[in-house]
Design a protein around this ligand. Structure first.
Ligand code: CA
Ligand code: CA
Length: 80
Protein backbone atom coordinates (compact mmCIF):
# COMPACT_ATOMS: atom_id res chain seq x y z
CA UNK A 1 0.00 0.00 0.00
CA UNK A 2 1.27 3.39 -0.87
CA UNK A 3 -0.39 6.73 -0.64
CA UNK A 4 2.46 9.10 -0.13
CA UNK A 5 2.75 10.39 -3.68
CA UNK A 6 -0.87 10.97 -4.60
CA UNK A 7 -1.33 14.58 -5.49
CA UNK A 8 -5.09 14.34 -5.60
CA UNK A 9 -5.08 15.94 -9.03
CA UNK A 10 -6.22 14.37 -12.23
CA UNK A 11 -3.75 14.49 -15.10
CA UNK A 12 -4.46 17.03 -17.76
CA UNK A 13 -6.67 15.63 -20.44
CA UNK A 14 -5.49 16.80 -23.86
CA UNK A 15 -8.91 16.27 -25.35
CA UNK A 16 -10.34 18.48 -22.67
CA UNK A 17 -13.86 18.97 -21.55
CA UNK A 18 -15.67 21.73 -23.39
CA UNK A 19 -16.22 24.68 -21.16
CA UNK A 20 -18.88 27.32 -21.72
CA UNK A 21 -16.21 30.00 -21.61
CA UNK A 22 -14.15 28.38 -24.33
CA UNK A 23 -16.10 29.05 -27.46
CA UNK A 24 -17.68 31.70 -29.54
CA UNK A 25 -20.72 33.68 -28.54
CA UNK A 26 -22.85 31.28 -30.51
CA UNK A 27 -21.32 28.30 -28.80
CA UNK A 28 -21.82 29.85 -25.39
CA UNK A 29 -25.43 30.55 -26.22
CA UNK A 30 -25.84 26.93 -27.21
CA UNK A 31 -24.26 25.62 -24.03
CA UNK A 32 -26.25 27.99 -21.84
CA UNK A 33 -29.47 26.96 -23.51
CA UNK A 34 -28.71 23.26 -23.41
CA UNK A 35 -30.10 22.83 -19.96
CA UNK A 36 -29.55 19.10 -19.68
CA UNK A 37 -26.15 19.23 -21.34
CA UNK A 38 -26.82 16.50 -23.88
CA UNK A 39 -25.45 18.57 -26.75
CA UNK A 40 -28.81 19.08 -28.41
CA UNK A 41 -31.49 21.69 -27.98
CA UNK A 42 -35.04 20.54 -27.68
CA UNK A 43 -37.81 22.87 -28.70
CA UNK A 44 -38.32 23.63 -25.02
CA UNK A 45 -34.68 24.52 -24.50
CA UNK A 46 -34.64 26.63 -27.66
CA UNK A 47 -37.64 28.57 -26.40
CA UNK A 48 -35.15 30.65 -24.42
CA UNK A 49 -33.82 31.95 -27.73
CA UNK A 50 -36.58 33.56 -29.77
CA UNK A 51 -34.38 33.96 -32.85
CA UNK A 52 -33.91 30.20 -32.86
CA UNK A 53 -37.25 28.98 -31.61
CA UNK A 54 -39.21 30.88 -34.24
CA UNK A 55 -37.26 29.00 -36.92
CA UNK A 56 -36.90 25.74 -35.07
CA UNK A 57 -38.49 23.55 -37.71
CA UNK A 58 -36.49 25.15 -40.51
CA UNK A 59 -33.23 24.79 -38.58
CA UNK A 60 -33.86 21.17 -37.66
CA UNK A 61 -32.25 19.91 -40.83
CA UNK A 62 -32.60 16.22 -40.05
CA UNK A 63 -36.06 16.60 -38.58
CA UNK A 64 -35.34 14.77 -35.35
CA UNK A 65 -37.01 17.42 -33.22
CA UNK A 66 -33.75 18.63 -31.72
CA UNK A 67 -31.08 21.04 -32.85
CA UNK A 68 -27.58 19.76 -32.64
CA UNK A 69 -24.67 22.17 -32.50
CA UNK A 70 -24.16 22.35 -36.25
CA UNK A 71 -27.86 22.98 -36.87
CA UNK A 72 -27.87 25.63 -34.18
CA UNK A 73 -24.76 27.35 -35.50
CA UNK A 74 -26.18 27.37 -39.01
CA UNK A 75 -29.27 29.11 -37.71
CA UNK A 76 -27.43 31.47 -35.42
CA UNK A 77 -25.12 32.61 -38.20
CA UNK A 78 -27.91 33.17 -40.70
CA UNK A 79 -29.97 36.35 -40.48
CA UNK A 80 -33.61 35.72 -39.71
CA1 CA B 1 -30.49 19.47 -24.32
CA1 CA C 1 -31.83 17.94 -35.72
Amino acid sequence: MRDGDASGRLPDDPTGTPLPQGGSTVERAFVRSDLDGDGRLTRQEAARLPAISTRFDALDADGNGQLDRSEFEAGASTPP
